[in-house]
Write a protein that binds this ligand. Structure first.
Ligand code: URP
Ligand code: ZN
Ligand code: ZN
Length: 464
């Protein structure tokens, strides 16, 4: 199968130039001018006036995840199809060690959820909630044999995911030996639980108290702490879903003293704020996620962090729960609202509109924070994350003029609300290729359920 994408402007994290791209089977085989001369093609896409960019990589999703007494609403089929519509061609989802179970069991569970269902390529991180002799030994096997070299640990959610500092430290030392990477959910869970108990005791049950019981200071404290642990263990650390200016300051200070501290933020922290919790009735539940949305002003610091590379990339933390029957579990207590929000579909468009079109960052940086940085940090590069001969033909043709009006009525995610309902973004994919196959053309689904492959990653070199 030979596909020619002609007359487009290729944008990578480094370059911006007009050229044609030849795809042969699953790979990019040639980049050059006037490639139409090369003969006949099975498919030709005219990308005049459009950008040809690497498919988005979203390194933080939760598909089919049991949480808060229910399960995230998108499974691997619906979630990855929605991702593809939005221009994301690879995700890294979080497998979970079952309570009292092994990492191996968690990994098997997640393979079962994804195999035969995923519409795009996927990889896994492993959430470890019990660090002991056995799971530490299993970490070696995951890194060296199973293609899962990244692990998420929590300083939040006592009794569910929280692990203590000694466990975090041991796991960090282990990754120092085996080439893995520890990713941290950094919030001080035990203190947050005291604040939750006190708020509920005062009868403060509305969704906004979710945010008011998770102050930014407690994200900054945990961020500071896990960076200190990584410094003593002499390993890199990656902070997930960073939301607050104060937490970012901890990352920046660490980086300034030469520590390999990396962090991601998410669109919700750039485009929404605490004010959303003040929406009438129970509407604030839509935004119950952890860390919570922050006071206006924090987003300016996050944008600066993205420009200056103290924030390496933008993931989604896609973890959708429907308002009906799921978020509603917390009608009488914000503490029972399942934590998480949908975002897998709109990330590429909302960032193009709110970052590139608005002039906050340039196109190269856009490609870096939506694709290349994730590929480099998490061991997918150069197979994915760039437009180059030999790389997988995971390609998005992006029309800077294409508008989308976001709505739960038209989005492809299996969730009954959209946090950006009614917002119009300009600049969106018109064609999406997954390993050389055209899987989305405008509003049309051309892909196949189950065509996505598990991507085994090796020990990480952290060349980003
Ligand atoms: O509220 C969130 N972020 N839900 C997903 C789980 C997590 O902590 O990432
Ligand atoms: Zn988390
Ligand atoms: Zn998450």
């Amino acid at each position: 199968m030979r596909t020619l994408i002609k007359n487009g402007t290729i944008a990578t994290a480094a370059d911006l130039y007009k050229a044609d791209v030849l795809i042969e089977d699953e790979k990019i085989s040639l980049i050059g001018t006037d490639l139409a001369k090369l003969g006949s093609f099975d498919q030709t896409i005219d990308a005049s006036g459009k950008y040809v960019i690497p498919g988005g990589i979203d390194p933080h999703t939760h598909l089919d995840m049991p949480f808060g007494g229910t399960k995230s609403a998108d499974d691997f089929e619906t979630g990855t199809r929605a991702a593809a519509f939005g221009g994301t061609t690879c995700i890294i989802d979080f497998a979970i060690q079952p309570q009292k179970g092994s990492l191996r069991q968690g990994l098997d569970d997640w393979h079962q959820k994804a195999e035969g269902k995923s519409c795009i390529d996927y990889a896994f991180h492993m959430i470890a909630r019990d660090i002991n002799k056995e799971s530490l030994a299993e970490m070696d096997r995951l890194v060296k044999q199973e293609g899962v070299p990244s692990f998420k640990l929590f300083t939040a959610y006592p009794g569910v995911f929280l692990v203590d500092d000694a466990s975090i430290f041991r796991a960090m030392q282990k990754t120092g030996e085996n080439g893995g990477l520890i990713c941290m959910h950094a919030e001080n869970g035990p203190v947050i639980d005291v604040l939750i108990e006190q708020a509920l005791g005062r009868g403060q049950t509305a969704p906004k108290y979710h945010a008011l019981t998770r102050p930014a200071r407690l994200e900054a404290e945990a961020t500071h702490r896990v960076i200190a642990l990584a410094e003593v263990a002499q390993v890199p650390v990656y902070i997930v879903h960073l939301s607050a200016k104060e937490a970012l300051e901890q990352v920046r200070e660490a980086r300034d003293r030469g520590t390999k501290a990396m962090a991601e933020t998410c669109p919700q922290y750039l485009f929404l704020s605490y004010e959303n919790y003040e929406e009438p009735g129970f509407e604030g539940a839509k935004y119950v996620m952890s860390p919570p949305l922050r006071a206006k002003g924090n987003e300016d610091a996050l944008w600066a962090g993205l420009r200056q590379d103290d924030l390496a990339l933008v993931s989604t933390d896609h973890c959708p729960f429907c308002m009906k029957e799921q978020k509603e579990l917390g009608k009488d207590s914000f503490a029972k609202i399942p934590n998480g929000a949908p975002g897998i579909e709109q990330r590429m468009s909302i960032l193009w509109d709110g970052a590139v079109r608005s002039g906050r960052i340039d196109i190269n940086r856009y490609v870096q924070i939506t694709s290349t940085a994730a590929a480099k940090i998490f061991g997918l590069y150069p197979k994915k994350g760039t437009i180059a001969p030999g790389s997988d033909a995971d390609i998005v043709v992006l029309d800077p003029k294409r508008e989308i009006r976001w709505s739960a009525k038209t989005h492809h995610m299996r969730v009954d609300y959209n946090p950006y309902e009614g917002r119009t973004t300009r600049g969106s994919p018109t064609q999406v290729f997954s390993r050389g196959k055209l899987i989305v053309e405008n509003d049309k689904w051309l892909g196949k359920t189950g065509a996505g492959r598990f991507i085994k990653r090796g020990p990480l070199t952290l060349s980003s």
